[in-house]
Ligand binder design. Sequence first.
Ligand code: ADP
Length: 174
Amino acid sequence: MDNILLKTGDITKEKVCAIVNAANSSLLGGGGVDGAIHRAGGPEILEACKKIRKEEYPHGLPTGECVVTNGGNLEAMHVIHTVGPIYNQCREKCAFLLASCYTNALNMAVELGCKNIAFPAISTGIYGYPKDEAAQIAYNVVKNYLKGKDEMEVHLVFHNNEDKELFMKTIQEK
Ligand code: ADP
């Protein structure tokens, strides 16, 4: 896991090519990490999101998919917005949809020519995904994705130490 970096803090401060936003399907901003990214990145990101909504996703971005905007005032050049599953609504598709968020964002970062990308713990806040289950899914997807991709680095950014420790404990148990 040399090229997976576990961090604690505010993802908006990450100096990487792309950061991932745990957005909602409206793409028009929200609470949690979404609110933090729009606050730190400034209005340019919201303008870009509004344009995408109008031109590509008039009914909203489907769960598991992602789109890219500029990074506005952030250090990151790109923001990849993805919509995580809402845990009490996704039923038997929860794991697949959460894994899709990670896979699609990683693919998009590669297409953008990025060598590094930072993820928040998608769906584990307002969307209620159990943090240990989400950790296992995130880790499996990222670890498999990075096989044979030595040049790529993934930062998993947790908002606090407890979340990072729970992640580490979960992935060690299996
Ligand atoms: P979701 O709606 O997908 O659950 P949230 O933003 O509510 O998204 O939460 C996702 C995760 O992001 C949570 O674990 C939350 O603690 C974390 N988080 C919130 N703000 C930040 C931030 N500024 N940087 C990194 N992680 C954050």
